[in-house]
Design a protein around this ligand. Structure first.
Ligand code: ARG
Length: 830
């Protein structure tokens, strides 16, 4: 074949591209030929030169060159694509939000995302958003806005849900705050002061300024709700009042991410009822059920999150005609399921006028809106009461709730205005009575939490202003009235121990019936009765001796070594409980120290150091293979409540030399923890990995005292920790410190601090010096039982005025009050 002709283009349309290439190839060709000639000159063999020439003919060179060029092009393009697209994804920031457009009426076609009507309204809004953000300071990072839903709503017009995407270099991520992005939108709305509404014009759209809500969204939510990230999205429209629409889902493997968008008739609300949910309990890190007061997963619209499995029946109400329920589990290993239903309910107006209350006593009840459902945020209720006599006031019996005067700080769980006085509400674990000494009472209750709150029940009635409690009874600080004879009997009848304070003359005249009524005073080593009969006749039959074991119900079991022999002798199992806890190879009991001193290796095997982001922050105690007990106040705050940022260091004396380190899987802060006065300052922590039996010589659980456990004034206990050695010294010791402290009389402590609740106990020295301090929080106050020598976790370091100041002892969480609460999560402990 002729070389020259074969180099010519075969088809005229190829001419342009080939000739383009050939301009450069002509040069190359010459070079190649020269090179080839040179080669042939240097070669002695003519045949070889000829072969070379045939390989490097012009046509082959062109083909080779084009192929090489093509491969290089493909590689560069792939690299560029990978780089740009990957970088873009990595740095994309997603915001999700909603606003109400007042001047567009809802059309049923908007329900269908493919309809012309939906596409046109979505495009309209998207264009407006594009204009807003391309003109803003963030214009160069703005990528796009996507309208994901438009719905009708109870305030009229259209509710538009949207996503906004920005592509930001990683370092600039911080300036993209939610508030800044929302402010751009709000600032672009032109409102006129004259028409006094919150609706203004946003490039022709009448947008309600007050309706704008925006928060950072997750990429997974973005791709699931705008693209094909999940096939588990349901738009559920309910138009039948009170009919139950079932919601059931169950998955056995893979990943679960489901969205249920619930939409009711205009003018009505949605009530979601949860019958049961089976998910992994880990603070909503991998598994969660989240209820939103919107159709998109907007963080600021969360009504409630369920982070652990439950079979308890719970229900929640929306504030509009829509709700979103998301169910997520990143890794389904065992079956995950949810059963419940939703219904359409009418809006409720809460509050009423209650006139002419009759005789003293409770005669009616008022409730939070939508009782017994959790009530939604943004509620206002007003009630007015009137008694038929000026001598009668109004008594309110709050169930598991209390109110106390509002301080400068806001209220977290509802605020109350009662005859012009302001109070904050708190959830607690008992009832309280609040009395208003007036025959006319106006009450206004406002929800203050952003989340839905537990239902509230309040009984009301009238009372005799001059004598609130019946004759012969005692008025507790909680407002309850108890029989005077129940004061100072060692039993917390008032729930806040106010009946057990100021009992300087504690001896009572006991009779058989009062002894049987209060069995805990039997045989406890303390003479509670004037004549000492509570200690004299421990039980009707067998007095307890050294060789017998006294069960918690005060029955003595006449059997040597009945305790922990693997045989249940006491009906209440108390001889076999706390058998593998509270022992240590060291005996600190006889060491007397002033202030604090260094501990020995293995002396306090239940002591834990908790590090937050690598920094020693709090203490805790080992109570089982995978559970620790600490103080709730260590975990207050967004980041502090995230278990992933914490590590627990066990079997450690010197900081950094732990025998065992584990991250936390779960933090359970007591639901009634009150950050204002540190009431219910207790938290359970679950380790991600349990410690091993092989570590037993350095790690041991401490015994959790049962509810019946009594602490006695003057008893000596030990507090341990790596906290500050002095109030003014912010350097923490490397070696674990211990100090012997004594249990302070609750009345005395009450009179110095004034705010000691039944969940607290004081320990230290009234003369000062020996105390816990900053950094010890959450750590143990360990007391040794006289009977079997076991160590009990009597207290948790909680708070105090300064450290080691005279007359201001340390305040500890009274652990025996939480035995039932702990048992709920860690049944193995008892
Ligand atoms: N709240 C402190 C902490 O965070 C503990 C304070 C204990 N104070 C005392 N005087 N005992 O570590």
């Amino acid at each position: 074949m002729d070389e020259q002709t074969s180099d010519k283009p075969a088809k005229p349309e190829d001419e342009l591209s080939v000739s383009n290439v050939s301009v450069q190839t002509a040069d190359l060709e010459e070079k190649w030929e020269r090179f080839a000639r040179k080669l042939s000159r240097t070669s002695k063999s003519k045949r070889k030169a000829k072969r070379n020439k045939s390989i490097w003919n012009f046509q082959n060179k062109i083909i080779l060159f084009t192929v090489v060029l093509f491969i290089i092009g493909v590689i560069i393009w792939t690299l560029l694509w990978l780089f740009i697209v990957q970088a873009e994804n990595k740095d994309a920031l997603y915001f999700v939000g909603l606003f109400r457009v007042a001047n567009i009426e809802f059309l049923p076609e908007y329900r269908h995302k493919e309809s012309r009507e939906f596409l046109s309204v979505a495009q309209n809004v998207q264009q407006v958003m594009n204009l807003v953000y391309t003109k803003s300071t963030f214009s160069k990072f703005y990528k796009q806005s996507i309208v994901s839903d438009v719905s009708n709503n109870n305030n009229g017009g259209l509710l538009v849900h949207f996503w906004i995407v920005f592509v930001v270099p990683q370092a600039k991520g911080q300036v993209f705050c939610e508030d800044c992005i929302a402010a751009i939108l709000k600032d672009s709305i032109q409102t006129s002061i004259t028409n006094r509404t919150s609706v203004g014009s946003l490039q022709g759209l009448a947008v309600d300024m007050d309706s704008i809500v925006l928060s950072v969204g997750l990429r997974s939510d973005y791709s699931s709700t705008t693209g094909a990230g999940t096939n588990c999205i349901y738009d559920l429209h309910a138009d039948q009042l009170h009919q139950h629409f079932p919601l059931d889902i169950s998955t056995t493997s893979g990943r679960m991410i489901c969205y249920f968008k619930l939409i009711a008739l205009v003018g009505y609300l949605i009530r979601l009822s949860v019958a049961s949910i089976h998910i992994e309990a880990d603070n909503c890190i991998t598994d969660s059920l989240t209820i939103y007061d919107s159709l998109m997963p907007i963080k600021n619209k969360i009504l409630y999150r369920i982070c652990e499995p439950t079979n308890a029946f719970l229900s929640f109400v929306s504030t509009n005609n829509l709700m979103l329920v998301t169910l997520k589990s990143t890794q389904v290993r065992k079956v995950k399921e949810f059963h419940g239903y939703f219904e359409v309910i009418p809006q409720e107006k809460c509050g009423k006028a209650i006139l002419a209350l009759g005789s003293t006593g409770f005669e009616g009840r008022i409730m939070s809106p939508y009782y017994p459902s959790y009530y939604p945020p943004k509620c206002i209720c007003t009630w007015t009461f009137q008694t038929h006599q000026k001598t009668l006031g109004i008594a309110l019996r709050f169930h598991n709730y209390t109110i106390s005067e509002k301080s400068i700080k806001g209220c977290e769980h509802g605020w109350w205005k009662i005859n012009e006085h302001m109070y904050c509400g708190y959830y607690i674990d008992h009832q309280t009575i609040f009395r208003v000494a007036s025959f006319m009472v106006n009450i206004e209750f406002q929800c203050s939490s952003k989340l839905s709150e537990q239902p509230l029940l309040v009984e009301y009635g009238s009372y005799n202003i001059s004598q609130p409690c019946p004759l012969g009874s005692f008025e507790c600080h909680t407002g309850l009235c108890i029989q005077r004879s129940r004061r100072c009997d060692g039993i917390n009848d008032c729930f806040d121990e106010s009946d057990e304070l100021f009992c300087d003359v504690p001896k009572q005249s006991c009779n058989t019936s009062s002894l049987t009524q209060h069995p805990s005073i039997f045989c406890d080593g303390i003479n509670d009765c004037e004549d000492g009969q509570d200690e004299q006749y421990c039980t009707e039959s067998i007095p307890c001796t050294n060789n017998t074991f006294k069960c918690s119900n005060n029955i003595c079991f006449r059997k040597q070594n009945a305790r922990c022999d693997g045989i249940i002798d006491c009906l209440d199992r108390s001889d076999e409980s706390n058998c593998s806890c509270g022992s240590t190879k060291y005996n600190s009991g006889h060491h007397r120290i002033v202030g604090g001193s260094e501990t020995q290796e293995g002396e306090w095997p239940w002591q834990v150091s908790l590090r937050f982001a690598g920094v020693a922050y709090c203490g805790a105690s080992v109570i089982s293979k995978e559970w620790l007990l600490s103080a709730a106040h260590c975990f207050q705050g967004n980041r502090l409540s995230d278990p992933r940022i914490w590590t627990a260091h066990l079997g450690m004396r010197t900081q950094g030399k732990a025998k065992f380190v584990s991250t936390l899987r779960r933090i359970i802060v007591h639901e009634y923890y009150n950050s204002r006065n540190y009431d219910y300052d207790v938290a359970l922590l679950q380790l991600s990995t349990p410690w091993l039996d092989t570590m037993r010589w350095l790690i041991q659980p401490i015994c959790v005292p049962p509810t019946t456990h009594r602490v006695h004034t003057g008893e000596k206990c030990w507090v341990t920790g790596w906290g500050q050695r002095q109030e003014a010294d912010d350097e923490a010791p490397a070696v674990l410190q211990k100090a012997e402290v004594e249990i302070i009389d609750q009345t005395l402590c009450h009179s110095t601090y004034g705010i000691i609740t039944a969940r607290m106990l004081c320990a230290g020295m009234m003369s000062g010096k020996r105390d816990s301090c900053k950094g010890d929080s959450g750590g143990p106050l360990s007391c040794r039982s006289k009977g079997d020598g076991k160590w009990f976790l009597t207290g948790i370091v909680s708070w105090g005025y300064g450290c080691g100041r005279p007359n201001f002892p340390g305040v500890y969480t009274r652990v025996s009050n939480f035995a039932t609460w702990i048992h709920k999560y860690v049944p193995s402990v008892f």
